[in-house]
Structures are given as C-alpha cells and as structure tokens.
Design a protein around this ligand. Structure first.
Ligand code: IVH
Length: 680
C-alpha cells in the first residue's frame, strides 16, 4: 500500500472512530471512552490533517472550529412554518386540552396516547439534511423565515454533520432546541467576568447569544447542546405513524433525542409524567420550563390540525417560573469560610420555581455596581437547579427616584476586624481569620458536611452553638467532646449526644480525598481533592509538596497550588492535621498511578447502593476509583453497573428498568480482585 493510501485509511478510520464516540456520547448517552482518550484521538487526527492538507474535508470532526466572521446572516424561508405551542398552567387546562382533541376527533371518551418530553429552555433550530449531509441550519425567526446560521451550528458537537444507517431519507428537516447546561453557563459567565465581556442573565440568553454570533469560531468555544423534538418535513422515506417511533427513528440515524421521552396514556398519564419530571427538575443539568405533550398518532395529529401559530395536537404544560420579580428590601453581608464577605439580598418573599425565597446572592460588589442594583429596586430573582437563588438584574423601568447603592462595611459584621480587599480580586475579606467566629463556624460546618467527613447529627445550628459557647476552637476539638458536654447543649438529649459521639467516631474512618476536601483549603473542591489523593496517595506527601509538584496534578493550576502551599505553611493547620491523625483518623491506602488512563476500569462508571460487608460505600468507591473508574450517585443509561449491597433501595430497580448490570457483593469483590485489589 502506498504511504498516502495508508494515511488516507488512517484518517478515515480516525474520523469514523471519533464520529462513533460523538454519537455514543450525545445520542446514546453511553460513552465508551474517557474524555482524555477522546482528546487523544482528536489530536491525532488533527495532527495528520495538518500534515496532509490535501485530505481536508468539511465533514471531518475537526472542522467544528468555526470559520472567519460573516458580516450578516442570510434570511432563509422555512418550507413548513415553525410553529409555537399553546400553554397549559394547571390540571384543568390539561383536561380542557384533551377534551378539545376528543371533540375535534369525534372520539368520545376514548383514551388518547401522547409522546411526552421535557420542554427545554433554549431556542429552536431547524437542521436540513440532504442525502444525509447537513446543508443548512436556521433559527426559527418569525416562524416563516429565520436566519441561516449553518457555520455556527456546524460547531456544535451534538449536531451530526452526516446522518448514518440504512434509514437515512434523501431529504429531511429536523427541528430541536439548542440550550446550555448549568455548568457550562456558569463557567462561561465566570470567563466573561474575567475578561470584562458580556455576562448573560440565564442559560437561554447565553445559548441564543452564542448561536447568533457572526464569528463561528467563538460559537465553537461555547458549551451549546442540541436535542431534537421533531421533524419539519421529509422526502424519500416512509415514516411510522407514531410520534414516539419517529423520534426513535431520528435517534437511530444519529440525531440526539431527549433521554426522558416517554409514551403516556390519557390526561392522567400526562399529569403523572409532569409530576415525575417536576420532581427531577432541580437535579437536571439544564433548565426546563415545563413538559410538552404531543398526540402520538400522527394521523390523529393531521386530523386535529393547527390553530393560528400552534398545533391543536400539542401542548406545553408549564412549570412554575424560575425567574420572578420582587423588591430588594436591603443587603446583608455574610462571612464565608475563607472570610469572603458576600452581599446577600433581603427580598420581599416570593415563590420561585415553586419554592419560597426571601434571600438571594448578589455575588460581589463589582457585580452590584455593574448591574447598578439599588436598595428598594424591583429585581429579577432566578432560582434554577441546585444553585442558590440569585438577583439577576434590577428592573430599572420601575425605579422611582434616587435609590441608594449597597455599601461594603469597613468592619466585619461578625468580629469587627477590618474588611480588606486584595489587589486584583473581586472579594472583600474579613481579616480576622479564625478569630472570626463566622469563619470558624463555617470551617467546622464544612468539615462536618456530607461530602466532607459526613458527621451525622452535627448540623449547622449545633456547630453555631458550640462555637458561641467556646466549646470548640478548631475542627480537631470535635473529637475531644464528651457526653456530659454535649448533653448540656440546647435541644440535645443524652441519646442524641451519644449518637453524635458515635457518628464522630465513625467519621474517623474516611477516605484521603474526603479528608483533604474537609480541610477547607481555598478553591480545593471535591474533584481537586480527589485528584490530589490519587496522585500523591498520602497527606504527608501533599503537605510537603511545592508549587511545582502540585501543579503536575490535573485540575491544579498555579492559584490552587499556591493556596495549598499557603494552607500547609501555617503551623496551626499542620497541628490540626497531626492532631486528627493522633485521634485516629484513617483511610484506605491508595496506590499511586502515573495516569488513570491505563487503569483497568478507566472509562467505566459505577453506582454503589445498599450496605456492603466489611467496607463503607466510600471505601468501595475509593477502590473503584483507584482502578480508574468513575463513581456516580445516580443510575442512568451510562452506568456500567450498579453495585448493590444489602437493602439496596430504588437504584437497583432503576438499573433493571434501564437494562444496566447489577453486581452483588461477590460480583463487586471479584471485579476489584480481578483488577488486582484486595479489600482486606
Ligand atoms: S414542539 C409544533 N417540543 O418551545 C411543535 N418544542 O414554546 C413545536 N421547545 O418553539 C415545538 N422543548 O423552541 C417542542 N420538547 C419540545 C420542546 C419545544 C422546547 C420550544 C421550541 C418551541 C417552543 C414553544
């Protein structure tokens, strides 16, 4: 084979491989390799393509980087109008929706079936594929014509540049929503703040702004995702006459479809689905503003027809709004674990996304000034996912007269130490360190929290009481407490006091990652603590490491490395660690590895549930992670297996429903033993 044939074959196989992994990730929600392994393939392809420009192809997965800026977007007509949806806000309106349909179809009180999906909060996109190739992407615009944003859409990794399989029609227009996940949105806004760029009010605005940039090279850097919700038109293929089956067909030709799509029966089925999705709303990675129901039978859809701009056969049952307006009554300043003073808005109580809110974060003083938020303003408050509520913006149009700007106090509201601001940093801090009761309280609360030492029964109120009474000065004092001291506290009976002592004792058996996280080093979160534990394997090694060595760990940049060195340079912190070790804190040994890539369980994700014999769930997680596996808290189609100890709970039934493997104690033991680890 000539060299160029070989190169050709390699490029084409790399492209296929990368496309397959994209498909597994975005469409099947079931990745088979780690992000790092994916990046390696991608970089390899990129390198060969750079050496052989003659192999350039617009369809290569490397060609999602965008192209030089356009001066404007072309207007394009939609062959079939892009309709909107009618809304329902309560059960009565859902019953009325079904009644209208039954009357229109003349079906009396027969049961109708619906396809149910979450209503993604982004913006609609139309994708045109000809002979399986993406040829055009357009926004909804006014429904009749939109903007041609093909260059931008091509940069989204979840949009296939080519469809595949035997069912690809000669022409198809696919419709769906482009949105931004919470994590990507927060990261984007942080970056925008750092570079003094535009900060977006919510993920929907960020998605819309990013998709409509004239420079697609910038769009390529924005964390946008596409999920399809229907077909505009199609040629050269006979579609099934069920909405649900049509969506399955889309999935089978490589188009992402909601993982939550279901076929439900009657209004009752719709109402149950609504409640199920509402219950998950806060734990989803993205915003949804309701659920959408579509008549499943497409012949019935055609009979029902459209009214004005919306189909009669579909409805959006909306969730309570996640952005509402209320009045800002005042601003308090809260002192955090690291002494940072955060402005907290005191609000006229209001219900946001179904939860009563009377406080919300204002982030920092720069943000208050940039947004020009005044005390007394009407403000927009947003609460989405498990993120704390925030004030998004003032409603300036409703401002009457001069209103005062909030002011940072000169002295700490808790310990009266000076409030200082380090050069170049947004945060103002109390200079009192652990003299400040607020910082002490927060450090101890963090230490005891679920993701840190998980000390059951040591709630926030109790910590506050103990610090106020001077019973504990630092975290290591916790393990000196005795029954009589605890039983003397407010709302503490002897039984709960002895339970707490037991919980403290149990917490001594932990993992190195949890312990590092629990110490509360500035900017060392769970993931960084985990990376430090895996790469150093011992607390002493970490305490002795210099900035350079620390920076060799994935996840640790110069600022975090400096924070770690600074933390352990304090004798008081070294004493705390030594005291805790003396008091018996311990964790399973970790074998240090060069790179988790080479490990036998790399790329696999496990969920642990129930009680395992001889080790805690955390300890089991350490053993799995030491072999390169990921451990997750919830079961999804991506889960490689669920490890079920005694009394496992609902995760096993969820796994069974999804066809995910379930391993019992023996299965787990052989899994890690095969991979060279022993649990005793
Ligand atoms: S169906 C004819 N399904 O909501 C049917 N729309 O308020 C038209 N949306 O313009 C749309 N998730 O941008 C449908 N699962 C979903 C959706 C969805 C979000 C958006 C879409 C539409 C708007 C209508």
């Amino acid at each position: 084979m000539a060299v160029s044939d070989q190169v050709n074959a390699e490029v084409s196989s790399l492209r296929d491989e990368i496309n397959t992994h994209n498909h597994r990730y975005y469409v099947l929600d079931d990745p088979q390799i780690t992000d790092q392994a994916y990046d390696r393939l991608y970089r390899k392809l990129q390198a060969i393509e750079q050496q052989h420009p003659e192999l350039y192809s617009t369809e290569s997965p490397t060609q999602r980087v965008g192209s030089p800026p356009a001066t404007h977007f072309k207007t394009v007509e939609h062959r079939m109008p892009m309709l909107s949806l009618d809304n329902a806000f309560d059960e009565g309106e859902m019953h009325a929706f079904e009644k209208r349909l039954l009357d229109k179809l003349g079906l009396g009180d027969q049961a109708l079936h619906y396809t149910a999906e979450p209503k993604l909060d982004g913006l609609a996109l139309s994708l045109l594929y000809q002979q399986g190739k993406l040829v055009r992407a357009a926004t909804r615009g006014d429904g009749k014509s939109g903007e041609d944003i093909t260059a931008n859409a091509r940069t989204l990794p979840s949009i296939p540049l080519r469809l595949f399989g035997s069912k690809v029609p000669s022409g198809i227009e696919i419709r769906g929503e482009v949105y931004m996940e919470h994590a990507g949105f927060a990261e984007l806004n942080d970056e925008q703040r750092n570079i003094g760029g535009k900060v977006f009010a919510n993920p929907r605005n960020a998605a819309a702004g990013s998709l409509r940039l004239l420079d697609s090279r910038i769009t390529a850097t924005r964390p946008l995702t596409f999920c399809s919700f229907g077909i505009g038109w199609l040629e050269g293929y006979d579609l099934p006459d069920s909405q649900y089956q049509r969506m399955s067909l889309l999935r089978s030709i490589g188009i992402p479809v909601s993982a939550y799509i279901e076929r439900v029966e009657g209004v009752q089925g719709c109402l149950d689905y609504y409640q199920r999705i509402l219950a998950q709303r806060d734990s989803l990675a993205f915003d949804i503003d309701g659920v959408v129901f579509k008549l499943d039978d497409t012949t019935q859809q055609a009979l029902a027809g459209n009214v004005a701009k919306a189909p009669r056969w579909a409805v959006a049952y909306k969730f309570p709004a996640q952005e509402v307006m209320t009045r800002l009554i005042g601003v308090d300043f809260q002192v955090g674990r690291t002494g940072a003073l955060t402005p907290v808005a005191r609000l006229e109580p209001v219900s946001v996304g179904g939860v009563k809110v009377s406080n919300a974060t204002l982030h920092n003083m720069d943000e208050i000034h940039r947004k020009d938020i005044r005390i007394g303003d009407m403000v927009i408050v947003r609460r989405a996912g498990d993120v704390i509520p925030e004030v998004v913006a003032p409603v300036v149009a409703q401002r009457t007269g001069e209103l005062p700007l909030p002011k940072m106090p000169e002295l700490c509201p808790v310990c009266r130490s000076d409030v200082v601001r380090q050069e170049g940093q947004a945060a103002y801090r109390c200079s009192g360190g652990l003299i400040c009761a607020a910082q002490r309280k927060e450090a101890i609360k963090h230490f005891a929290s679920r993701k840190a030492m998980d000390i059951e029964g040591l709630g926030d109120k109790l910590v506050e009481q103990m610090v106020e009474l001077g019973m504990i000065q630092s975290i290591s004092d916790l393990y000196h407490l005795d029954l009589s001291q605890l039983a003397g506290l407010e709302r503490m009976a002897e039984k709960s006091a002895s339970n707490l002592l037991q919980a403290l004792d149990t917490s001594l058996s932990t993992t190195l990652a949890r312990f590092i996280f629990a110490l509360g080093i500035r900017e060392v979160g769970e993931a960084t603590a985990e990376a430090l534990a895996l790469s150093f394997g011992s607390i002493n090694e970490i305490m002795q490491a210099d900035i350079e060595k620390l920076q060799q760990v994935d996840d640790v940049g110069p600022v975090v490395a400096e924070n770690i060195v600074f933390f352990f340079a304090q004798q008081s912190n070294r004493d705390i660690v030594q005291n805790l070790i003396k008091q018996g804190i311990h964790w399973p040994e970790i074998e240090v590895t060069e790179s988790s890539q080479k490990l036998p369980l790399a790329g696999l994700t496990y969920v642990i549930t129930g009680t395992l014999e001889g080790l805690s769930r955390d300890q089991a997680a350490v053993l799995l992670k030491a072999q390169g596996a990921k451990v997750s808290g919830s079961v999804s189609a991506k889960t490689s297996a669920v490890i079920a100890g005694a009394k496992p709970g609902s995760k096993v039934s969820k796994a069974e429903a999804l066809g995910v493997k379930v391993l019992d104690q023996a299965g787990f033991e052989s899994l890690i033993k095969i991979n060279g680890v022993s649990i005793d």
